[in-house]
Design a protein around this ligand. Structure first.
Ligand code: NAP
Length: 498
């Protein structure tokens, strides 16, 4: 189906906040064009039309941002404030995020194609919660006295690291940048942020918000542009003290190797391909909602989504029947409609990738239970939520990270087989167990190779609860007090008493 001009205007055009459409970078507390004046258009994935124009940063812009961040760190304008003073600023940031919730939600929805309702209640609310949570931790970042037989008073203190490079992917721009930036700032670091090339808009709005909250000039910098050009320069820069990266496993591997040349620590939050294990004893009504939410949320562009459903054989056919009907009823469409549950994919590239995976799955003998095709709507990058059964465990759509609204369903006959299938992936970010047996929940969750396991739920996330991957899903933990530790280092001080 081809779009007519009248169909293209079904989704109303939006007016985004000035900060996201200036075509400028934020360096040393100032808005400035990229060093060569280059810009990039940002596409609204719900319409395919240009939503905003941002600066295309250069290597020299990265150098300027790192220099500003280093100067700010060295002179102590933020790094030597007390934890309590930093905490006040971060709490103000949380307050301002809530005050500007509509601006942020609209920006995020337009940039990524997220349904506006989720942008409000998930993305914006979580970002505010993160600033609030680390604001409290900033006041508790202290050391301890160490008992020792030395003729000395020995104690430890926590110190910030320096300049943190924060690099984030396209799927949850606001949440994932806030995760890194809030924790890095709470510990007293300066930050150079490189958001994803396709979805950089909320980072620019956050520059405005953090400045208004009282983060001093130079402490937070945003350079928009292509990761291929800017990423290596930022990661390998000798004045960067830590790299906080979220993205694909391939790029993460490259980033970790590059940072390793300078012996810089890296937090690497990488790809996922989680299994959701549905036992016959589960509350099926509740479990089906969980299963569907886990693969359609954010159009399946969710590292912690549940794209692989493993179903105990006695209920396998029943579950396929329920999914066929329920998934066909998921409201897909205009993200600005509060009733929409699933919007478009974030880019044409992502849409084409998902479509290729599904065609590959069909060719490999997969049976499409529901969906399995693009949804032509308003010129946007829509794909129908799709369920595929009958694939072998080594089919690409089962083994690889599809990162779209596609669920593969496989039967299993025993608890042991379910665990084996769930763990038979290079990834280990998340996993799920749906069962009414507490004993089984404990038994199975303890054997799943994943950084987080949800029981009778999916994607319950909170800034207090650490998350991160095992295997090729990465290193390190974000959220929780663990996160703040990774943005600071221990110094021991030993004062002679004789
Ligand atoms: P990506 O292609 O790896 O990009 C991630 C970020 O790295 C982007 O800002 C990208 O810039 C930048 N980049 C590209 N090349 C680089 C280089 N040579 N050096 C440094 N940075 C570079 O990932 P994506 O496609 O945006 O995001 C999807 C992936 O992220 C999926 O695999 C998903 O599972 C993963 N993810 C993981 C988590 C988690 O918490 N574990 C959360 C969300 C997403 P450009 O965009 O300009 O290329």
């Amino acid at each position: 189906m081809t779009m007519t001009e009248s169909e293209k205007v079904l989704i109303p055009s939006v007016t985004l906040p000035d900060a996201v459409n200036r075509g400028q970078l934020f360096i040393n507390g100032e808005w400035r064009p990229s060093s060569d004046g280059g810009t990039t258009d940002i596409i609204n994935p719900a319409t395919g039309a240009v939503a905003a124009t941002v600066a295309a940063g250069t290597v020299s812009d990265i150098n300027a941002a790192v220099a500003a961040a280093k100067t700010a760190f060295d002179d102590g304008r933020w790094s030597r404030l007390s934890g309590r003073e930093r905490s006040r600023v971060l709490n103000r940031a949380a307050l301002l995020i809530r005050e500007r919730a509509e601006d942020l939600a609209l920006t995020e929805s337009t940039d990524v194609g997220k349904p506006i309702t989720f942008a409000r209640v998930v993305d914006v609310a979580t970002a505010a919660d993160q600033y609030e949570y680390v604001a409290a931790l900033a006041q508790q970042l202290d050391g301890s006295v160490r008992e020792t037989p030395l003729p000395a008073h020995a104690f430890t203190k926590r110190e910030p690291l320096g300049v943190v490079a924060a690099i984030t992917p396209f799927n949850f721009p606001l949440i994932l940048s806030s995760t890194k930036i809030a924790a890095a700032l709470a510990a007293g670091n300066s930050v150079v942020h490189k958001p994803a090339g396709d979805t950089p808009l909320s980072a620019l709005l956050m520059a405005e918000i953090l400045t208004e909250a009282g983060v001093p000039a130079g402490v937070f910098n945003v350079v928009t542009g292509s990761g291929g050009i800017l990423g290596d320069q930022l990661v390998a820069h000798p004045d960067v003290s830590k790299v906080a990266f979220t993205g694909s496993t391939d790029v993460g591997r490259h980033v970790a190797a590059l940072a390793g040349q300078n012996l810089r620590p890296v937090t690497a939050e990488l790809g996922g391909n989680a299994a959701n294990i549905l036992f016959a004893d589960a509350d099926l009504d509740q479990a089906i909602g969980t299963v569907i939410g886990a693969f359609v949320f954010n159009s399946g562009q969710f590292c912690m989504g549940g794209p692989r459903l493993l179903v105990e054989r006695p209920i396998y056919e029943t579950v396929l029947g329920i999914l066929k009907e329920a998934v066909a009823g998921v409201p897909v469409g205009d993200p600005s409609n509060p009733e929409t549950v699933m919007g478009p994919l974030a880019s044409r590239k992502q849409l084409d990738k998902v479509a290729d995976f599904v065609e590959g799955a069909k060719a490999a003998g997969g049976q499409v239970v529901v969906g399995g095709e693009r949804l032509e709507l308003n010129g946007g990058f829509f794909y129908k939520p799709t369920v595929i059964a009958g694939l072998a465990n080594d089919a690409a759509a089962v083994r690889e990270e599809v990162f779209g609204p596609v669920l593969t369903v496989q039967p299993f006959d025993s608890e042991e087989e379910a665990i084996e299938l769930a763990n038979s992936t290079e990834y280990g970010l998340a996993s799920g167990v749906q069962t009414s047996s507490i004993a089984r929940a404990h038994r199975v969750s303890s054997r799943l190779d994943a950084g987080i396991v949800w029981v009778n739920s999916w994607a319950l996330l909170d800034p207090a609860v650490p998350f991160g991957g095992v295997k090729n899903s990465g290193w390190g933990r974000e959220y929780g007090p663990e996160a703040l530790e990774s943005y600071s280092r221990t110094k021991s001080v030993v004062i002679a008493t004789d």
